[in-house]
Design a protein around this ligand. Sequence first.
Ligand SMILES: Nc1ncnc2c1ncn2[C@@H]1O[C@H](COP(=O)(O)OP(=O)(O)O)[C@@H](O)[C@H]1O
Ligand SMILES: [Mg+2]
Length: 425
Amino acid sequence: MNVLVIGSGGREHALCWKITQSKDLNKLYCAPGNGGISDVAECHDINATDVSGLIDFSRNMKIDLVVVGPENPLAAGIVDAFQVKGVPIFGPVARGAAIEASKIFSKELMKESSVPTAPFQVFDDYGKALGHLEARQVPFVIKADGLCAGKGAYVIKDMAEARSVLKELMVSKIYGDAGRKVVIEDFLPGIEASYLAFADGETILPMPASQDHKPLLDDDLGPNTGGMGAYTPIPFINDDLDREIRDTIMLRTIAAMRQRGIPYKGVLYGGLMFSGGKPYVIEFNARFGDPETQPIIFKMKGDLLPVLVACVEGKLNNIKELEWKDGVSVCVVLASGGYPENPDKGKAIRGLHRLAGRDDVMVFHAGTKKVNNQYITSGGRVLGVTAIGPTYENAIKKAYDAVAMIEFEGMFYRKDIGKKALMMR
Ligand SMILES: Nc1ncnc2c1ncn2[C@@H]1O[C@H](COP(=O)(O)OP(=O)(O)O)[C@@H](O)[C@H]1O
Ligand SMILES: [Mg+2]
């Protein structure tokens, strides 16, 4: 098969790295890709949202499967457009991707199908939303309805902040149309986890649960980022809890979509909160997570490509179970100085050769470019140093030992990735 992966982050590098190991692969392409991806795939400089450019490319190169990484092209209907042209593509149609692109759609779907989630109210009128706020007690959460690149959800701890957030979203419109409507919901205290599953419109095959680390600094301090690290699995998610999540959250959501005439294919990503021991959905994403994909894919045994094809063809039932390597997989993100506001770029990355060829450590590239055989930084999140080992302690140490081999000017990272897992047991 000829395969095209769309995107340029660590998630896409992990997918490309895994797909190159497939027995079914003829040639792998990536658009636009990055420095690390260019080592395993032929990269073409086509933007992830340039749908007509990507369609032309796919037809010219006789692509048999397109795999979409990021949410923006999914929300814009890239899957629908490829389907019209008869090119097989992995990901949900726009009406399915709305589960991520509209928090209101997602919350209403959950409410109607009894998927556990925080109680909420929806507002499209600033005055009414403000009136509601004034009658509430903190803490609560205000969320813009639309896509805001992970910046549209605010956990509110005081009323002055609530008023200013609401005004920014609905009056100043700092996120444009995405904040025209808002959801205001109850705050759920607890432990967060990411639960990703392959979906073919009817059934699902779950991946092991993982945990992201959104805040920039150790102990979850500082501003939120795209994600500073992740690990899998999560110690307290046993078989019973896994089954509960699968049945009451994931399968119920796919069924609710189907009832609305939406065949949900691709990855369904449940952002969960375990509150009082029970799983609730904080949000859904319509794609692989970044950085969760890096440790998950590193832990996956067997061939990824037939699983992606089975999702597209609605034949996931033919695959009994996914197999995973034993132990723990941990990914530490190395970021550029100035991230997230104003990341430095163009810094030479040193030391990667010291980690080449290891089968228990893999460095997935995100914001890198390859210029004259030298990797240089080109974005905020630069590398995802990923290690697998028999225990949490072992995998964490291995990942940080590998981090110590790498350097670039201004490089920084969280020192506590995986620490929560050690405290959960
Ligand atoms: N109801 C809630 N209770 C507690 N924390 C929440 C709640 N909703 C969101 N959060 C926190 O805010 C973060 C971002 O919210 P989320 O709905 O995932 O929006 P997005 O990822 O689109 O920014 C979550 O990862 C979680 O830490
Ligand atoms: Mg989120």
